[in-house]
Design a protein around this ligand. Structure first.
Ligand code: ADP
Length: 483
């Protein structure tokens, strides 16, 4: 049972192939018109032959009728020459000739069967009454019948009727021969068309096979070479899209490698410091309790740093994974910012930095409270970290019915223009040497940007070195797409 299903499945798959479709279309496009044309040629041949035969018999009938009258055959039906001619004629047309007089009496029959008998038929009566000729083609029995009135040349009266029937069997025989010939031509043509369609279908789908081969070859690794298959506009477009995709994947691959190497480096740095501190403790003799404590405090600080890097990394990776898991809830943004500033006040106070919150209006918006709190907290924390002692931080909240904006400005060291594009990259720091004393991981802004984008918002930064930096975050009030 399973093998039958597999077999049918494979067959159906073959039917869905483009090559099969092209093959069938080409084959049918060749064979159907040929068959139709052949059929109409045979039909034309038949009707032309029959109408020609009718004309011939009618002509002969007319000539015979004139002679019957001129030779007075109806008055005296004794004329060997005429009768021989009629016999010859019926021989040629494989038919029969009968002559009736005005009393419907058969005075001559080439078969000799009806002579002397009365013959009344619709055609004979019609001939007498109208005095004109009529012809009938009986397709079923394959013969032509014509009735010709024998009119008196002087009086114009119909004195008798000449009745000729001619078989069309000969026409059918030659039609059969023609049909057989056409059939042979059609069979030969089918074989030729079959081969041609098979070949053309192979030729036409070959570029697609090359696409598959090109894509297959990429499985082994990203090469630099761009694959081009310009046979058709479509294959070119597919390959252009494919090359674009490969380029993007390559960039992703490179950025992943860079990310892994950055992560390893960042995680190793605190470990290396801890190792140095621990080694020096082990190597030193008679270490005082005080020095011991100092070294241990340094080691604890490095552990905290390592922990912070790992937590930030986890938060970032988690957000990347749950792109669609935005936990939007109605949030009072004023409250949210106030809470952030309250939490960061102790570290700002330590350096005498003044924090101001300016709320232009109360804002309630649909946001993921946890993610957005962390995102804005990163901005304010940076504004503290990269500020000068006794500097200031200003947070402004504003909005309309569609968006709200949070602006975080500081009076800090600023960011050099060439670094502005890179600060949102993971692990990017303007001045790596400062990192230890300032305590950054290089992941904060990367998280902030991801969180803002997740809210379908935007983040912008402007900065003047030595004067300060401003971050502007713009987020839609509602997360659900209307409609
Ligand atoms: P970090 O943990 O190092 O602060 P971030 O991703 O938050 O990492 O920031 C990246 C870099 O951008 C920082 O190292 C710093 O050089 C720069 N930066 C961020 N915010 C500010 C700011 N308000 N003023 C000056 N420089 C800043």
């Amino acid at each position: 049972m399973k093998t039958i299903i597999d077999f049918l499945f494979n067959k159906l798959k073959a039917l869905k192939s483009l090559r099969f479709l092209i093959f069938i279309l080409l084959f049918l496009a060749g064979i159907i018109p040929s068959a139709l044309i052949s059929g109409s040629i045979i039909n034309n041949y038949r009707s032309r032959e029959i109408s020609q035969r009718i004309t011939e018999v009618v002509d002969q009938g007319r000539i015979l009728s004139t002679r019957l009258d001129s030779e007075g055959y109806l008055v005296n039906p004794q004329n060997d020459i005429l009768e021989n001619e009629m016999l010859l004629l019926t021989g040629i047309y494989d038919g029969r000739i009968m002559i009736t007089d005005e009393r419907f009496l058969v005075i001559y029959d080439t078969y000799g069967l009806s002579t002397g008998k009365t013959m009344i038929s619709q055609e004979i009566i019609r001939c007498f009454s109208s005095g004109s000729l009529s012809s009938v083609y009986d397709q079923r029995n394959q013969y032509i019948e014509i009735s010709v009135p024998v009119n008196n040349n002087q009086t114009g009266e119909t004195e008798g009727v000449l009745f000729i029937s001619a078989s069309t069997d000969a026409i059918r025989d030659s039609e059969d021969i023609l049909r057989r010939k056409v059939q042979i031509i059609l069979v030969t043509l089918s074989v030729f068309l079959f081969g041609l369609s098979l070949f053309l279908s192979y030729l036409l789908v070959r570029p697609f096979k090359r696409i598959t081969a090109a894509i297959d070859s990429v499985k082994e690794g990203f090469g630099d070479a761009q694959v081009s298959i310009p046979d058709y506009t479509e294959t070119e477009a597919i390959m252009d899209a494919f090359n674009g995709l490969m380029e993007q994947l390559k960039k992703l691959d490179e950025s992943r490698d860079e990310f892994v190497s950055n992560v390893s480096h960042e995680l190793k740095t605190p470990l290396a410091s801890m190792k140095v501190l621990a080694d020096s403790l082990i190597a030193a003799e008679n270490v005082s309790n005080e020095t011991y404590r100092e070294f241990m405090a340094d080691i604890a600080e490095e552990v905290d740093r390592e922990d912070k890097i790992i937590s930030s990394l986890l938060a970032l990776v988690k957000m990347d994974k749950s792109q669609d898991a935005l936990n939007a809830e109605d949030t009072d943004i004023n409250d949210m910012i106030e809470l952030i500033l309250k939490m960061l006040k102790p570290i700002a106070d330590k350096r005498g930095i003044q924090m101001v919150f300016e709320s232009k209006r109360p804002i309630n918006a649909e946001v993921d409270k946890t993610k957005l709190t962390l995102a804005i907290m990163n901005l304010v924390e940076n504004a503290v970290k990269y500020n000068k002692d006794s500097g200031w931080i200003r947070v402004v909240l504003d909005g309309d019915h569609q968006f709200f904006t949070i602006t975080v400005s500081d009076s800090g060291m600023g960011i050099p223009e060439e670094s502005l594009d890179q600060i949102f990259e993971r692990f990017y720091r303007v001045d790596k040497s400062h990192s230890k004393e300032i305590g950054g991981t290089g992941l904060g802004l990367s998280f902030t940007r991801s969180a803002v984008l997740l809210h379908r918002g935007a983040i912008k930064v402007t900065s003047v070195e030595g004067e300060g930096t401003t971050f502007i975050v713009k987020i839609p009030m509602k997360q659900a797409i209307p409609g």
